[in-house]
Ligand binder design. Sequence first.
Ligand SMILES: *[C@@H]1O[C@H](CO)[C@@H](O)[C@H](O)[C@H]1NC(C)=O
Ligand SMILES: *[C@@H]1O[C@H](CO)[C@@H](O)[C@H](O)[C@H]1NC(C)=O
Ligand SMILES: *[C@@H]1O[C@H](CO)[C@@H](O)[C@H](O)[C@H]1NC(C)=O
Ligand SMILES: *[C@@H]1O[C@H](CO)[C@@H](O)[C@H](O)[C@H]1NC(C)=O
Length: 483
Amino acid sequence: MASLGRFLVISILQGFVLGEHQQNTLNVPQVLLPYVPRGSVHTNFSLKALQGCYLWVSNRPEVASILPLYSNEEEQSVKQLGRKCSKEAIVTAQARLPERQMTEILAEEEVTGMILRSDVFVDIVAKIEIITTTRELLLGEPPEVCHIQAFDTEGNMFSSLEGLEFVWELKTVEGVGSVNAQSVLRFMQFEFSSYETSPEIYSLEAKGSRGNNIVVEPINTGTAIVKATLKDKAFSNVPPAQVKIVVLDNVMLIPGHDVYILVNTSVTYNVIRLRRGKAAVVPMPSSQFEFKLSNTTVAQLDVKKSSVLGVTKGYTKVTLVDKNMLHIQAVHQPVAGVHVVDAAFLGFSIVPHPDWVLQVGVEYDVSVQIYSYDNHKVYITDNIQIKTVFDESYFQVLWSSTNGSFHHVRTLQKGKSILTAVYTSIKILGTDVIYTFDHPISGQQEAEIFEPVVVNPEIILFLGIQLHNRMWPPRTSFNIYWR
Ligand SMILES: *[C@@H]1O[C@H](CO)[C@@H](O)[C@H](O)[C@H]1NC(C)=O
Ligand SMILES: *[C@@H]1O[C@H](CO)[C@@H](O)[C@H](O)[C@H]1NC(C)=O
Ligand SMILES: *[C@@H]1O[C@H](CO)[C@@H](O)[C@H](O)[C@H]1NC(C)=O
Ligand SMILES: *[C@@H]1O[C@H](CO)[C@@H](O)[C@H](O)[C@H]1NC(C)=O
């Protein structure tokens, strides 16, 4: 008994403190419900108070009635103490005249006598709209929910459309290359989706009907129109709502960045499809996709090989076109750029080393690159032939690529050595013809080779102590050996 008393004191104090700081109100100051003719289902809206326990009254119940909704606890006190208050109540549209009507809903707090108010309007629906979070769906990704919102003649949005039946349809977008809407999208019942909805919609769907929310699943690429109509004949002058939904395939081009190629060389494209975080190669040519070049003078497409051959200097875009999208303009499609350029000069690089100061007895990877006049690295293909000469007394060549652009070498002795490379010729693709340049471009690179650094064991010991104290000197490019 004592503890119940303390509980009450605390709750009253809490109520008082909260009441001081934050005005207690209903969840909405105004409610707009649709007028429905006799015989149709009535639309409801739930009014809630933040705290307290209220007695509810509608001053024009013929417009909208109010029914308290008791929580389990409140239900108990209704039974045991005869109290009839609740925190929540259901407003039901009752208006029987097709015009704007209003009632005030008043809620009186049982203990404090504080009165809260919400104005409920019932009006005719003038317009409906379909709302989606996106009009572009990705194939293989989760379905999307479409919602309907309704408006009165002044553009006020209805608070609830629960219980109203809608007819949802899929319409084909007409035009050249159009695809059947039924092959692009499918309506799904909420029960079979991962989404949740209101009890009213579950019960409509269970009856084979549809409410104001629907799940739309993408099944193939293309576009389709989703159309919704209010089912009841009483709404026959409300125009249907429709939205166009695009279903895209989550694909990308590899290489996706711009490439610089030489005349008579080609770059091969791969199409990669992403589905639920996994990537897979789309075999090309395919029935769904094709490549398109924006400039067919600059480059030529080999459909069988998915490759683009440089023909003359210039730029072309390579677009991956989805054949199901031919009837839609400006849809997002993967694009990559190809610059066909002249070879201007050669460059050299070596790993694992940032510069050309090398060490005796170490293996390195040497590559020769071709650059364009505007300093872009050219894409090295198999049919390019580069002749690279290493001085045999300094470098042992362990392996070279056929095109002569990559070499795995070992340094032999200390000293300075000069490497030379010449871009000599190119094999004409699809033939055995080798085209040799009259004035080939060439390049040179100097390399300095040193003996490994030898350090006395005493110094190592000293350095070891330093290391322990975290005072190891900054890293140099030399490894330290001792015997
Ligand atoms: C609205 O509430 C009334 C009374 O609680 C109920 O009979 C009716 O079925 C409800 N309407 C919908 C659409 O659920
Ligand atoms: C490209 O190949 C054609 C033969 O197909 C040849 O006539 C032309 O000179 C070549 N051009 C270059 C820059 O390799
Ligand atoms: C294609 O590229 C060439 C070379 O840059 C240019 O002369 C030509 O106008 C381009 N054609 C089109 C259709 O853009
Ligand atoms: C041509 O050169 C590139 C770049 O060094 C290399 O990746 C490729 O394997 C070479 N191809 C042939 C056939 O030598």
